[in-house]
Design a protein around this ligand. Structure first.
Ligand code: ADP
Ligand code: MG
Length: 248
């Protein structure tokens, strides 16, 4: 049996006295697309941040790409930089370097983290810019692009690292409505190409069409999860029904 890409067991996370994740269990298998939905403040971003080790569990274990970090590992015996280089992350704010061209934005981590040469990094960046429909914008600066184009650059930048898992945290929430579709199309293609993805989103149509599984969180717990169609069209839990009524 192949190992899951992500395996989270009884994850608890507190900030000071306040527990914001309360016993989360999640498994994501290779090639699966999981959408994480739920109200603001329910702990979705914190969960994503625990997956790529931007946050450390208060208790429980997080296994990502075969590397396990338990809450009581104060000096975990894993290479966090290596792990992060294998997990792509796309945020609501695109976080591109304003003073660098699109191509430079997509090559800098390849060169610094993976040690690729300039030519090779540029070749790979170009392939990924083409993949997101921006093959002709390598010499542009971020400010010359729309928000949707900038977010697609951020996706190309992440893909240029050859990630084995992609995390998306509300990637379309900061975009004008007319720019959302192009970003979702890129994500849908990525899913079809077999990328393993964990996506926090309020785009229910995307979740229903693209996700293999939908996980609904509220107040730090997973209230309900299942096939996308089932959770979104006929949720079994009252809290899920209430949430979907508000967002659909
Ligand atoms: P979501 O992404 O679902 O909106 P978050 O994971 O961002 O939720 O936040 C969950 C809860 O944790 C919120 O109440 C938030 O205020 C709190 N929180 C998030 N990050 C921090 C932090 N660094 N320090 C203290 N509290 C935080
Ligand atoms: Mg969030």
């Amino acid at each position: 049996m192949t190992q899951p890409i992500v395996n989270i067991h009884q994850l608890h996370k507190s900030y000071g006295e306040r527990e914001v994740l309360t016993g989360i269990d999640v498994t994501i298998n290779a090639g699966e697309v999981v959408c994480l939905i739920g109200p603001s403040g329910s702990g979705k971003s914190t969960l994503l941040r625990c997956v790529n080790q931007l946050e450390h569990a208060t208790s429980g274990t997080v296994t990502v790409l075969g590397q396990t970090i338990a809450a009581d590992d104060h000096e975990p015996d894993i290479d966090i930089d290596d792990l992060r280089s294998r997990v792509g992350m796309v945020f609501q704010q695109f976080n591109l370097f304003a003073h660098m061209t699109v191509l430079e934005n997509c090559t800098i981590a390849q060169r610094r983290v993976l040690g690729r040469g300039k030519k090779e990094a540029e070749r790979i960046a170009h392939l990924n810019l083409e993949r997101v429909g921006l093959g002709d914008r390598g010499s542009s600066y971020p400010r010359q692009l729309s928000g949707g184009q900038q977010q697609r650059v951020a996706i190309a930048r992440a893909l240029s690292m050859d990630p084995e898992l992609m995390l998306f945290d509300e990637p379309t929430s900061a975009l004008d409505p007319e720019l959302v579709g192009d970003v979702l199309t890129v994500m849908r293609e990525l899913a079809e190409q077999g990328m393993t993805m964990l996506v926090v989103t309020h785009e229910m149509a995307f979740a229903r069409d693209v996700a293999d599984r939908v996980v609904f969180m509220d107040q730090g717990v997973i209230v309900e999860e299942g096939p996308a169609e089932q959770v979104i069209n006929s949720p079994s839990q009252e809290r899920t029904q209430q949430f979907l009524k508000r967002v659909l």
